[in-house]
Design a protein around this ligand. Structure first.
Ligand SMILES: Nc1ncnc2c1ncn2[C@@H]1O[C@H](COP(=O)(O)OP(=O)(O)OP(=O)(O)O)[C@@H](O)[C@H]1O
Length: 445
């Protein structure tokens, strides 16, 4: 049996019917109906000699690969008198699926707007203030300082402000930046001698939105730069919105002059959502992801994930993924699995020496390479001593191993460095605050 063919068939139903006929003649009816009849033909590519088949789940894939691969290849050989290799995929794996997923994703990736923000007692003040700022930039609260723990919707509000202002007045120059990126960009600009461009970018904004401003604290040149940016914008009556995980007064190494400025406008906090708000959020996320969650499942999730909206959203997404991949229904068992995945994934990542040196480098306005190098300028030596101290504090690594991490320095150098930092901590509160902020930033990152 031979067929004329073009290079790629998508899907290849006719050919597939022939393959099925062949298999039926070789295996039992039960085996056929259990395994072969549930295969979906996806593409047949003659150039590569590959047939892609889709099966409902991983177990099915493994069975086909182990027990039916040979017979399927034989069927193709009979039909085309040539070798065709079989590739078996499960839903979600293929490009076509990727595209479908992408469009589904896009609907998942709903925009961070005021429309998609659920308001409850825990966030209504921050929400109202953000709406006010978005409707009349720089006339009501300037700066607006929003703070709250991770995953409670600070970034969502910043984006909502950006979207709202951008839609109302597309001519507005809106700049969004994260505090640590601001630091990185500044260090880079100083290194390349392009600070002029850096100033322009931020000081010419109509609206400046800085997420996680706490990351600039303790970093002298960044704070200096931000101070001037702030003043320029404020005096030109431009809107500034800042977010942080703490209120200004709790950012230990924030310069006094910045602290005062951050409190000039309005400070609004976001607390963890109450039960009703959690229920509303889960339902809304499920609706946006186009999945149907029974009320008992919604309540089950709301009773277990209380402090972080990102996790609530993660649970709903996980449930959708389970249902797409294995056709599982939305019940308490699936919710249980989704939640335990999230809680397990939520374990803090271990502190690596790299991560620690990176944060210290940022704080001192230098680089990881410099800290690990033999350079001896005061700032780099100070950063190196601090990095050794923090590595010891966090990891309890032996001194000799710490030495190796810092360009092969010996035990006594590490001991000396740590003693120096200890002395500084004892005699000035700024060093102590710097250490605390560095450790907190490493944890939060
Ligand atoms: N009130 C809300 N209504 C709807 N979705 C929300 C709400 N609050 C947070 N979310 C969603 O939760 C997720 C986490 O929110 P977001 O990233 O804004 O948190 P964050 O406070 O900026 O956290 P981090 O400090 O870790 O950056 C986002 O997907 C956001 O859309």
């Amino acid at each position: 049996m031979k067929m004329g063919y073009c290079n790629k068939m998508e899907p290849f139903t006719e050919v597939w019917n022939l393959v099925c006929e062949y298999c039926k003649s070789k295996i039992t009816e039960i085996a056929f109906s259990t395994w072969i009849s549930r295969i979906e033909p996806v593409t047949l590519d003659f150039t590569d000699g590959v047939a892609v088949l889709r099966v409902p789940n991983e177990l099915h894939r493994q069975t086909i690969l182990h027990y039916y691969n040979a017979i399927l290849e034989e069927a193709f050989r009979q039909i085309f008198s040539r070798e065709i290799q079989i590739r078996v995929c499960v839903p979600g794996e293929l490009e076509t699926d990727a595209k479908k997923e992408e469009s589904a994703e896009n609907s998942d990736n709903y925009e961070f707007t005021f429309d998609t923000y659920i308001v409850g007692s825990s966030n209504k003040f921050a929400h109202a203030a953000s709406m006010a700022v978005a409707s009349k930039p720089a006339s009501l609260y300037n700066p607006l300082f929003i703070y709250g723990n991770s995953g409670l919707g600070k970034t969502h509000l910043l984006y909502a402000i950006r979207n709202e202002i951008g839609n109302t007045d597309p001519s507005m120059k809106i700049v969004y930046i994260k505090g640590d990126e601001f630091t990185n960009e500044l260090i880079e600009a100083i290194r390349r001698g392009t600070t002029g461009e850096f100033h322009q970018r931020y000081r010419k904004a109509d609206v400046l939105l800085v997420d996680d401003i706490q990351f600039i604290a303790g970093k002298d040149s960044t704070q200096e730069e931000f101070f001037h940016t702030f003043n320029t914008l404020y005096e030109a009556k431009k809107q500034i919105v800042l977010t942080s995980d703490r209120p200004p007064k709790d950012i230990a190494t924030l310069e006094e002059r910045l602290l005062t400025r951050f409190e000039w406008g309005l400070t609004a906090d976001i607390q963890p959502p109450d039960f009703e708000t959690r229920i509303a959020i889960i339902k809304r996320k499920a609706e946006l992801l186009k999945i149907n969650l029974p009320d008992n499942v919604v309540e089950y999730i709301a009773n277990r994930l209380k402090n972080n909206i990102r996790q609530l959203e993660g649970a709903v997404k996980k449930m959708k993924a389970y249902s797409l991949l294995s056709g599982e229904t939305m019940n308490i068992q699936t919710a249980q699995a989704a939640i335990s995945d999230i809680i397990n994934n939520d374990q803090p990542t271990p502190f690596t020496v790299e991560k620690i040196i990176d944060e210290v480098a940022r704080t001192f306005g230098t680089t990881v390479d410099d800290i690990r190098s033999a350079k001896r300028s005061a700032n780099i030596s100070g950063a190196r001593q601090m990095a050794m101290y923090v590595v010891r504090e966090i990891t309890q690594m032996p001194m000799t191993s710490i030495g190796k991490e810092f360009g092969g320095r010996d035990h006594s150098t590490v001991v000396y460095a740590i003693q120096q930092v200890e002395k500084n901590i004892a005699r000035d509160s700024k060093t102590k605050a710097t250490v605390e902020d560095i450790i907190k930033n490493i944890r939060d990152r």
